[in-house]
Design a protein around this ligand. Structure first.
Ligand SMILES: *Cc1c(COP(=O)(O)O)cnc(C)c1O
Length: 246
């Protein structure tokens, strides 16, 4: 998993894929929240299968998934004896080459995807990645300026798509989420499983802009203030603004 949505961690896919390759295996990378938000280089990094979905960085509803496959992965597919039908790669590749789909496609999603891809092409993938890098960096800087702790301590391993944050001492995650939602109409995610109520998560993925981060950090400050946290009011927003303009 390149960008680990439940923790906000970025895995070193390049190194992991090299190890997998040396072991003679094929790598299958979950790029659901990394493709379009972070550098992903399937050929250069030796990723055999890279999978993403329409519902995250592609900014459209769920329902479509995309994958790229290396020659090595194709060779494995050709020998594979597991039964398949709908997801058969050969059938799907043949259809793609005919500029079609193997089965009735989710037409409405394709229409949305066309618009999304046009937007992405116009912005340019390097610029999209740079935007995500900047927005996530600004958010992390603000969190630290507010005296809160990031769940991913080494920012070298921080995802651009989502940031996991520890609540301040004595203030609960459900309370933070409740005030953010009820008073400011902003949804922040809880942690999952073992991390439930231990962290909250703020997303910076896809259709997201400077305004969103400035607004979300402002709302977070107002929330923490209401919940009795002692900090220098305005410090988070000031940090975001400075970061975005440096
Ligand atoms: C969202 C997500 C998925 C897909 O999960 P869905 O429940 O199908 O949305 C897979 N991997 C990661 C890292 C994700 O963030």
């Amino acid at each position: 998993t390149h960008s680990e949505t439940s923790t906000g961690a970025k895995n070193d896919v390049k190194t992991i894929c090299q190890i997998i390759k040396d072991a003679g295996s094929i790598s299958v990378v979950d790029g659901v929240t990394s493709v379009s938000a972070m550098d992903v280089k399937p050929d250069e990094w030796g990723i055999d299968v890279l999978v993403s979905g329409s519902q995250k960085g592609f900014m459209i509803p769920p329902g479509l998934s995309f994958l790229s496959a290396s020659d090595k992965a194709w060779a494995v597919h050709e020998q594979c004896k597991h039964p398949d039908f709908y997801f058969n790669w050969t059938t799907n590749r043949k259809s793609v080459r005919d500029n079609s789909t193997a089965f009735t496609p989710a037409v409405s999603l394709f229409c949305g995807l066309k618009v999304a891809l046009e937007m992405m092409k116009e912005e340019g993938i390097e610029n999209i990645v740079a935007r995500h890098t900047k927005l996530a960096g600004a958010l992390r800087a603000a969190i630290k300026a507010l005296g809160l702790k990031l769940f991913v301590k080494d920012e070298k391993y921080a995802s651009n798509s989502i940031t996991a944050i520890l609540p301040p001492e004595g203030i609960s995650v459900p309370d933070i989420r409740k005030v953010m939602k009820n008073d400011y109409d902003i949804v922040v995610a809880n942690g999952q499983n073992a991390l439930k109520d231990k962290i909250f998560r703020m997303g910076t993925l896809g259709f997201v802009s400077e305004r969103d981060v400035i607004t979300a950090v402002g709302a977070l400050e107002a929330t923490l203030y209401k919940l009795g946290y002692k900090f220098e009011l305005g410090k988070g927003v000031a940090t975001v603004i400075e970061y975005l303009n440096k």
